[in-house]
Design a binder for this molecule. Sequence first.
Ligand code: ATP
Length: 141
Amino acid sequence: MKMNQFVIIGLGRFGASIGKELIELGYEVLGVDRDEEKVQEMSGILTHAVIADATDEDTLRSIGARNFDCGVVAIGDDVQASILAAILLKELGVKKVVAKAVSELHGRVLERMDVDRVIYPERDMGIRVAHQLVSPNLLDY
Ligand code: ATP
């Protein structure tokens, strides 16, 4: 399935970086954050950026979240908000939901909720760096 439109929940370093890269690659990206400053920072970069609480079902409906091919939940510290946003995106019918986990337990909960892909940024990057250190010719792992 070809992904064209992405909604990113949480525009911290992780979410903002994914959003910028997707824009560079030519995709449409809606960014959502409850922090006005984060939204302002990204508003000229992403296709759209809105101030909203992603744990509110009506809000997610009103921004048309269900029309997106892929949703990225890039909230970390607030585990409850991450879980609520992920389940709402799934229930609204977003085809592929990807979420960041900040701990093994957080990740296990997301996996049990049938989130399509759980990312552990620090762990995954640590693994990549270790492989690159021992195989310097390996450009991408
Ligand atoms: P990063 O490691 O990506 O920089 P962070 O440590 O700054 O993230 P997190 O707690 O992981 O912060 O949250 C990432 C972003 O998600 C923040 O910009 C925060 O405002 C946003 N966020 C948190 N909860 C919600 C929510 N319920 N609705 C919308 N945005 C939220």
